[in-house]
Design a protein around this ligand. Structure first.
Ligand code: TXA
Ligand code: MG
Length: 339
């Protein structure tokens, strides 16, 4: 298949919209990461996403909408908590898991009776939603197992020849995938951390939000992931990454003691000058949003360097850094050393 790689101008947005209406898939930018979109009501179209990504069938997809009217038939009800969250954070990088409606293709839900819905804020995603009238399912536009793409070039590197069109809408502002929360069940629960933080969710809801077990550590043997995506290694770079938890001085001493391994460092901005090793910097220390913006780009850059040993500075585990920690421990296959 030939892949059209084009600017997201008005004519190409129309073309993308008609591809969606015809049951085709299209890669496009959102404020979080690039996605591969297909009409969420068309099972055959959604099946093409799984094929293009090589994605496991038991991992459900997020359905994107441009306005509240589009929710009709996608969800069985909009629970009160979902209304509060939508009012506070939509359009924006928040996915709300709700009881599923009958218009959603089974292929989106992986056998669950719930569906994740998000209203993106990116103007290109919104324009395609409006022009097509199709609520679209869209996972991140990477091959399953590689880092999520934050530029159209990243999408091309993974998906050339696997889908008909990639809309280039520039760099994604957030850089990590949306926050996922479920409002199905007794208590609201965070299923995936993102730009919208736990603290912001709790403030909007006026109650505690539980953190799903798989977010900050490895699932235990036999434990069931509430968000199926959390059970995969995900974001797997070629390099062997280990997170080192501690101060910069402890980090430097540890890496120097392991010089014989020829390691590279995934460090905070500015630290490369104090480290006598190849370095990739993933953002400012203590600034989760800056780290999120750079993280996946850095993992791709590390892949280009090959498959050596990498020691990474450990981000904080709360606030905006929780999303970064969650992605990094997966990239590191849960290897974390306390210094
Ligand atoms: O930012 C984003 O959300 C991006 C852009 C393209 O919008 N999309 C994205 O999709 O990250 P994906 O498919 O890569 O991640 C979907 C996540 C997975 O972890 C999945 O398990 C979870 O959302 N999920 C989706 N539907 C769910 C449901 N009904 N119940 C629990 N988890 C669900
Ligand atoms: Mg993904």
């Amino acid at each position: 298949m030939k892949t059209i790689f084009c600017n997201a101008d008005a004519a190409h947005i129309e073309q993308a919209a008609s591809l969606l209406q015809q049951g085709e898939i299209v890669a496009l930018p959102t404020e979080t990461v690039y996605g591969i979109a297909a009409d969420a009501r068309n099972g055959a179209a959604v099946a093409k996403i799984f094929k293009a990504k090589g994605r496991p069938q038991d991992n459900p997809l997020i359905v994107h909408i441009s306005d509240m009217d589009m929710l009709d038939g996608l969800v069985a009800e909009v629970p009160e908590r979902a209304q509060l969250l939508a009012a506070a954070f939509w359009p924006g990088p928040l996915t709300i898991v709700m009881p599923r409606g009958d218009k959603v293709a089974d292929e989106c839900c992986a056998g669950l009776d719930t569906v994740g819905i998000r209203m993106p804020s990116h103007p290109v995603a919104r324009a395609v939603l409006k022009a097509s009238g199709c609520p679209f399912a869209a996972p991140s536009a990477n091959l399953s197992g590689s880092p999520s793409p934050t530029t159209a070039k990243d999408v091309l590197a993974d998906m050339d020849g696997r889908l008909p069109m990639i809309l280039d809408g520039g760099d994604c502002a957030v850089g990590v995938e949306s926050t996922v929360i479920t409002v199905v069940g007794e208590n609201p629960m965070l299923l995936r951390p993102g730009h919208i933080t736990l603290e912001q969710l709790e403030a909007a809801l006026g109650e505690e939000v539980k953190i799903s077990g798989a977010i900050l550590e490895k699932l235990k043997e036999g434990e069931v992931a509430r968000s199926p995506g959390m059970k995969y290694k995900h974001y797997a770079p070629k390099a062997d990454i280990t997170l080192l938890k501690g101060s910069f001085d402890q980090f430097r001493s540890y890496v120097e003691a392991h010089r014989s391994e020829n390691p590279a460092c995934l460090c905070f901005t500015g630290e490369e000058e104090k480290l006598d090793f190849p370095c990739v910097c993933y953002g400012k220390e203590g600034d989760g949003n800056d780290q999120a913006y750079h993280l996946f780009r850095c993992l791709r850059a590390l892949d280009e360097q090959g498959d050596g040993i990498v020691y990474a500075r450990c981000p904080e585990m709360d606030g905006a850094s929780m999303a970064v920690y969650n992605r990094l421990i997966r990239a590191a296959a849960f290897r974390v050393i306390e210094l």
